[in-house]
Design a protein around this ligand. Structure first.
Ligand SMILES: Nc1nc2c(ncn2[C@@H]2O[C@H](COP(=O)(O)OP(=O)(O)OP(=O)(O)O)[C@@H](O)[C@H]2O)c(=O)[nH]1
Ligand SMILES: Nc1nc2c(ncn2[C@@H]2O[C@H](COP(=O)(O)OP(=O)(O)OP(=O)(O)O)[C@@H](O)[C@H]2O)c(=O)[nH]1
Ligand SMILES: [Mg+2]
Ligand SMILES: [Mg+2]
Lengths: 277, 292
């Protein structure tokens, strides 16, 4: 009997390693494994095969606890703001979203809201061309809220279905930049009732536990309706979203799986869980 | 924080007389948790705890009135010494133009860092030449040109329809003719598992033989850091690492993981989006940051 118990401890160690190395975080991994131990104790089972199955179930329950659809029919123009820290894939994701909605027969307009970074506007312009949609821009250095104000005006006058606003990358710890984002959000609220309809936080799948801090602070600042998890075509698992969905109740809506315009997918919880193991 | 956790561990063991190996192990568990929460790689953290246990079992901790503080001191010193050592600054002795190649994953900060490096070299009286070798990302060449304009530093006029290997070769010749001291090659972000793009980097290395091949990594990267760093190092034999976005609140465990797995020194850190936000790496400050 003692020999069998030892195997289970090795199995739990092995699972802790899988979860932690997938970036679930040591606290979340521990909580999940404890839940599984408890289920096995209550069921009075020590079947090693059940351990992994229960673990997958626990993670799946968390990930499925939030809806992840986007109903773009809720408003016109339907306004999507895309936010996140530097370099995670916001601008590229906007190109992919614009192309997807265009292919669905929707009219799309882009707002070049990153007026700070070198060539940010030109980068979004290329994506606008690839996606076949227009773009509203001012010159580099102008006020991002002013650009978005103009973009909303244009979307209304053109009868655009979907307006997607790019924003400059910013670290969540920079209070003045987060204040700027809040101000931009207020412009949208004022100009379009019910907007912004979606505020998508873009997270890089290679990011570790700092993603929780990012999600928390962006949520506090502007309220996040969904997450886009990018760069899942690499070897990182993006497990940190499990803590984010569990603690902050923010759903993962899309995943980025490459640098091309087609490389966007709806988030599928079961595929994600399978890939963890 | 870790200091409080260790004090709690040692406080409840205090009443039992002298400390034992089991007591030290319990305290080390807290240290290991702190490292994992800081994104230090799982295996690197385990190896580090094993190596520091010997020192932690010494009389400094066992007979101290403040064993928690003593343990933190030992751990922090060990971390700093692992990440530090002799840091070779940028090569200044090679025959000009000295080539510096920046490589790494998508979005890690290579293009911005190229600007920062060029600015630093110019401030030291050197004449750097910037080379945009990213033909894939929309407006990547323009991005580096804009940075060059801001700094008053010349940028090679790369053509997005050209091949990065050709761009680097032509740019090197231009730098040679133009009497530049340094040539900084900004390459496209790429996955370490993209064989074709990794091969492109090897080809550039063979053609140019850079004095420096610097891996630019985002300080917020998680457990995957070792896979990525190892792959880039095995392909290219990196000369060093630059960690970016340390102006945020990422604990930066990648610093320990990358050093442990490649042995290569961290030469600089990026601490902001502006081109002057660039500093040399300080292992002792990084050690404190990782421990939280
Ligand atoms: N492999 C891969 N690369 C991606 C993905 N999404 C974006 N990228 C790449 O990541 C890099 C950064 O993308 P951007 O769209 O510029 O990121 P950003 O968040 O807008 O960056 P800033 O505006 O500077 O904050 C580019 O090289 C993109 O091609 C993805 O899903 N997979
Ligand atoms: N806060 C902060 N942002 C940084 C730092 N270094 C770079 N950035 C930002 O990170 C984002 C990505 O930087 P880039 O220089 O475009 O990254 P890259 O590695 O060249 O990206 P790719 O070419 O697409 O692989 C930009 O928004 C930069 O301004 C830093 O040290 N701190
Ligand atoms: Mg962008
Ligand atoms: Mg770049």
């Amino acid at each position: 009997v003692l020999g069998r118990k030892r195997i289970d401890e090795d199995l739990y160690d092995e699972l802790e390693e899988i979860l932690v190395t997938s970036d679930l975080g040591v606290q979340t991994s521990y909580r999940l494994i404890e839940k599984v131990r408890e289920r096995l104790r209550r069921g009075e089972s020590d079947d090693a095969g059940l351990v992994k199955a229960y673990l997958k179930e626990e993670i799946l329950t968390i990930l499925k606890s939030t809806g992840n659809a986007i109903d773009t029919g809720r408003g016109k123009p339907f306004v999507i703001m895309v936010v996140g820290v530097n370099g995670v894939g916001k601008t590229t994701t906007i190109g992919k979203l614009a192309s997807k909605y265009n292919a669905e027969g929707k009219s799309v307009l882009l707002c070049a809201g990153d007026t700070f970074r070198a060539a940010a506007i030109e980068q979004l312009e290329v994506w606008g061309e690839r996606a076949g949609c227009g773009i509203i821009k001012h010159k580099e250095g102008s006020d991002p809220s002013a650009v978005l104000f103009d973009a909303i005006k244009a979307a209304k006058s053109r009868g655009t279905d979907i307006l997607i606003a790019d924003t400059a990358g910013r670290l969540h710890t920079k209070t003045n930049l987060m204040e700027e984002l809040k101000k931009t959000r207020r412009v949208v609220e004022r100009e379009v009732s019910g907007a912004p309809h979606e505020i998508l936080l873009v997270l890089d799948a290679t990011t570790g536990q700092n993603a929780v801090s990012q999600a928390r602070l962006f949520k506090e600042a502007v309220e996040i309706t969904g997450i886009v998890l990018t760069k899942l075509d690499g070897t990182a698992k993006g497990g940190v979203v499990v803590s984010i969905v569990d603690e902050l109740k923010i759903p993962v809506k899309f995943i980025g799986i490459g640098e091309g315009v087609e490389d966007l997918r709806h988030f599928e919880p079961s595929e994600f869980v399978e890939a963890l193991f | 924080n870790l200091s409080e956790k260790l004090n709690t561990v040692f406080k409840k063991l205090r009443g039992h007389g002298t400390l034992s190996e089991a007591n030290i192990e319990e305290a080390l568990k807290e240290v290991r948790m702190a490292l994992l929460e800081a994104d230090v790689n799982f295996k690197v953290a385990r190896d580090f705890i094993d190596s520091v246990k010997v020192k932690a079992m010494g009389s400094e901790v066992m007979q101290s009135l403040t064993p928690g503080q003593q343990m933190i001191k030992i751990v922090r010193d060990e971390l700093a010494s692992l990440m530090g050592g002799v840091v070779s600054p940028l090569d200044t002795a090679a025959r000009p133009p000295i080539a510096i190649m920046l490589v790494g994953l998508q979005g890690s900060g290579k293009t911005t860092t190229a600007g920062k490096l060029a600015r630093l070299l110019k401030s030291k009286g050197k004449k750097p030449f910037l080379v945009p070798a990213d033909v894939y990302r929309p407006a990547a060449i323009l991005q580096l040109k804009r940075l060059g304009e801001q700094l008053g530093i010349n940028v090679y006029d790369s053509n997005a329809g050209d091949d990065p290997l050709n761009i680097c070769r032509e740019a090197f010749r231009a730098a040679d003719r133009g009497g530049y001291d340094y040539i900084i090659l900004d390459t496209a972000g790429r996955l370490h598992i993209d064989d074709e793009l990794m091969q492109e980097l090897s080809a550039i290395k063979i053609a140019i033989s850079p004095s420096e091949i610097l891996f630019v990594a985002d300080a917020m990267i998680g457990q995957d850091a070792v896979n990525v760093a190892k792959a880039f190092d095995e392909r290219l034999n990196l000369s060093g690492v630059i960690l970016t976005k340390l102006d945020g609140d990422a604990r930066g465990g990648v610093a320990l993981s990358v050093k442990a797995v490649t042995g290569k020194p961290i030469k600089f850190i990026g601490v902001g989006e502006k081109l002057d936000a660039f500093e040399p790496f300080h292992p002792d400050r990084m050690a404190s940051r990782i421990l939280g």
